[in-house]
Write a protein that binds this ligand. Structure first.
Ligand code: NI
Length: 225
């Protein structure tokens, strides 16, 4: 499932990211890439252990934890501390897949979901689309600053070369309680239907209660916590 999550950050929070990130020393993005993807990667990143990156990362994680769409669609168990990257003119990232397992300090976790949180206004650069491949073909994604794209970490993806301006973003991975993308998509669809139905007939309606029971039983069967 490829999902556009709107308004993860407010315009003020995006402005705060820009102010903090502008003062950072950026390094070659190959530092967090695996051997295969390092060859494909041409971008800049803020070092993972920079205090400013950790502070902004906390702000983003807080916003995500409160975002009902992210929580319902991702069913996150662990979210990797967000990293920050930048593609200036001439930079890009050729087709690759993300590493299956990552370490956050001593914690090892599986990457089920990849996420890119756009921090630059789409008018501020040309190119720079995130291109994700799935069974329906290729999807080019370029979102307003503050919006996020969530996609299966198993997807082949790339960042088209930036030809003008600069594209700044936060990116991270999450381990979901539900490993299967299909099962997660089904739960998300069911949750949406329950929310919509309960708006019409009320939360205590027997059909809503019954569907909520089904949702929980599916989650109980599939969750890996
Ligand atoms: Ni990637």
């Amino acid at each position: 499932m490829l999902l556009h999550v709107e308004n993860v950050l407010t315009p003020d929070q995006v402005a705060q990211c820009h102010e903090v990130l502008a003062a950072q020393s950026w390094v070659d993005g190959k530092v967090t890439a695996g051997e295969q993807s390092a060859r494909a990667k041409r971008n800049l990143q803020v070092p993972q252990d920079a205090p400013a990156a950790r502070e902004l990362g906390e702000m983003i994680l807080g916003a995500l934890g409160r975002h009902p769409i992210f929580v319902s669609a991702g069913l996150p168990l662990r979210v990797y501390p967000p990293l920050f990257n930048r593609y200036d003119a001439g930079m890009g990232f050729d087709t690759h897949v993300d590493n299956a397992i990552r370490f956050a300090g001593p914690v090892r976790f599986r990457t089920d979901l990849s996420a890119t949180l756009f921090l630059s206004d789409p008018d501020a650069y040309d190119g720079g689309e995130l291109i994700v491949e799935d069974t329906f073909g290729e999807h080019a994604v370029k979102l307003p600053a503050g919006d996020l794209i969530l996609y299966p970490a198993s997807s082949l993806h790339r960042v088209a070369p930036v030809t003008r301006g600069a594209r700044w973003a936060a990116f991270f991975w999450a381990q979901s309680m539900v490993r299967s993308d299909e099962q997660r998509a089904l739960l998300f669809g069911l949750d949406n239907a329950i929310q919509a139905l309960s708006l019409k007939v009320g939360q205590g309606d027997p059909e809503v209660v019954s569907l909520a029971g089904t949702y929980n039983n599916l989650l109980r069967m599939w969750a890996d916590v």
